[in-house]
Design a protein around this ligand. Structure first.
Ligand code: TNX
Length: 509
């Protein structure tokens, strides 16, 4: 190991990143043997399948600019890095990575596993690999074996595109960042009081009028069907499934403003650009309400290859309990009619969740025991639970009182607090088998550009990803904070402006 004697601090010759310095922590790691070095002769060898080749090309796109090497993707001969599909104990998303002097092989049963393995490989290389200009290297991958499968099948991030609209390119940028940490669901909050963001042919004013503003009164915007399909396509190329949400029966002012007939009194309210919640409701007693919901769900389901459709159901403070239950009893079958599985915020458990439904819990420590018990009862009766506790993983909560963006109604959420809990036993009475996973929502009342998204998401998102992916046995703040610190230079290389929490020992420089 060479030592540089000219500077004040000795600089060690590059040694490869240890195999366990990865976020989310891999399920098992066994270091052995010599590292592999990527050189100008390195090829990416892929099985002769379209999907494997696509993952290979994705990896090559990461490696080429910073290494300056050609890195051809080939089906035969010349190896170095190999991506192969094979039967084995990998599940739908797991992989195995073997590294030694002769090369690196990633093996998985499905392309999603290869893709996640590629994300691990990126983190084993120096952070400079993420830069878009040629860097000096050397490009070493430590020797040994990683075997890795996720703890949960639902590892989500939600983006509220209603309070502030985000363009297709902005959504794609976030998708790329989510993919780094093996997040596999992109939940889009497509409608709320302040804006309707998806074109619906049978009710065109929803988008053209209901989408014409946002919080603070800006111009808003909406996705055409082609835009939405492009988001779905791009997300799926990064192995994320889009879960679209139309929030009902509350949070519907944009729809009510667009069509007078949806209001009980037949009068359309004005568009809304403030940040209050809980003042709007679809008219539960009118039949046209269900024609409307049927049309919207039908068109959205047709655009969505994923399994789920989120119907909101939170903060319906202007809907009586009786009406809420009636509404959900009529709307859930419409989701099934179009072949989708219902997801709702956990208030849905106060109605009659349909068979196979998933409830997204967004309570906090202070949520009443009754409300928690209601969620637990639904879970015992077969409702799946996705955990998004607001005082842990709401990415719009401020880190500290000084955080310039975000809200604080659920408290201040520093990095340690967002990481240090266990989804497996978080809610009393919820069987661990009912827990489908975790999801980090980002509400955007105060968030209006990509830099804002990134400052609130990073570093907390990485911790959520680890909670969703890594076995409970790997969970340890002391170890995590060091692995997290190593992500800092990567985010710098990628141009992600993150919050430099004093709880994390970021490397100097
Ligand atoms: C609660 S969480 C809401 C949203 C707000 C958010 C702000 C949930 C299901 N509803 O309408 O945007 O708080 O943090």
């Amino acid at each position: 190991m060479g030592v540089c004697v000219t500077g004040a601090a000795p600089v060690r010759a590059a040694s490869p990143t240890p195999l366990d310095r990865v976020v989310p922590a891999p399920a098992s790691v066994a270091p052995s043997g010599s590292p592999y070095r990527i050189t100008r002769d390195t090829h990416i060898r892929v099985d002769d399948s379209r999907e494997t080749r696509r993952v290979g090309e994705y990896l090559a796109t990461v490696l080429r600019p910073s290494t300056g090497y050609r890195i051809p993707v080939t089906a035969h001969g010349g190896a170095g890095i190999r991506l192969r599909l094979a039967k084995g104990p990998y599940g739908a998303e797991g992989y195995r990575l073997d590294s030694g002097a002769n090369g690196v092989t990633i093996t998985a049963a499905r392309a999603a596993g290869l893709f996640h393995g590629v994300q691990t490989l990126r983190q084993l290389l120096p952070a400079a690999v993420e830069k878009d200009s040629v860097q000096p290297g050397p490009w070493l991958v430590a020797g040994g074996t990683i075997k890795d499968t996720p703890r949960y099948g639902w590892r989500g991030a939600m983006l509220d595109v209603s309070r502030h609209f985000f363009t297709v390119d902005q959504v794609k940028r976030y998708v790329d960042q989510l993919a780094l940490y093996k997040i596999n669901k992109l939940h889009l909050h497509l409608s709320d009081d302040q804006g309707w963001r998806i074109a619906v042919d049978s009710w065109p004013r929803l988008a053209t009028y209901g989408g014409s503003t946002q919080v603070g009164g800006g111009p808003g915007g909406y996705y055409t069907k082609a835009d939405y399909k492009e988001i779905v396509r791009y997300a799926s190329s990064r192995y994320l499934e889009v879960v679209p949400e139309i929030d009902m029966p509350g949070h519907t002012n944009a729809a009510l403003a667009s069509y007078a007939e949806l209001n009980c009194d037949g009068v359309a309210p004005p568009l809304y650009t403030g940040t209050e919640v809980g003042f709007s409701s679809l008219c539960v007693g009118k039949d046209i309400t269900y024609d409307f919901v049927d049309d919207v769900i039908g068109e959205l389901a047709a655009l969505t290859p994923g399994k789920y459709l989120h119907i909101g159901g939170d903060e319906a403070h202007s809907t009586s309990h009786e009406d809420y239950v009636k509404f959900m009893d009529r709307v859930q079958p419409l989701v099934a009619k179009y072949g989708k599985t219902v997801v709702g915020w956990h208030q849905l458990t106060g109605a009659n969740p349909s068979r196979g439904a998933v409830a997204q819990y967004w309570g906090l420590d202070g949520t009443s025991a009754e409300e928690k018990a209601q969620v637990a009862k639904a879970a015992q009766n077969g409702t799946g639970i996705v955990l998004s506790p607001a005082d842990r993983i709401y990415l719009d909560m401020k880190y500290t009182a000084d955080t310039p963006l975000g809200l604080d109604w659920a408290g201040l959420v520093e990095v340690k607090r967002s990481y240090d809990w266990d989804p497996g036993n978080y809610l009393p009475g919820v069987p661990s088998s009912a827990v489908r996973g975790v999801e980090a929502p980002l509400w955007t009342e105060t968030i209006s550009k990509s830099a804002d998204i990134e400052y609130m998401a990073f570093p907390r998102l990485a911790g959520v990803a680890e909670l969703g992916w890594s076995p409970a046995a790997t969970h340890d703040w002391e170890g995590y904070k060091d692995r997290l610190a190593a992500q800092g230079p990567r985010w710098e290389a990628l141009g992600i402006g993150f919050y430099r929490s004093p709880q994390v020992p970021w490397p100097a420089g």
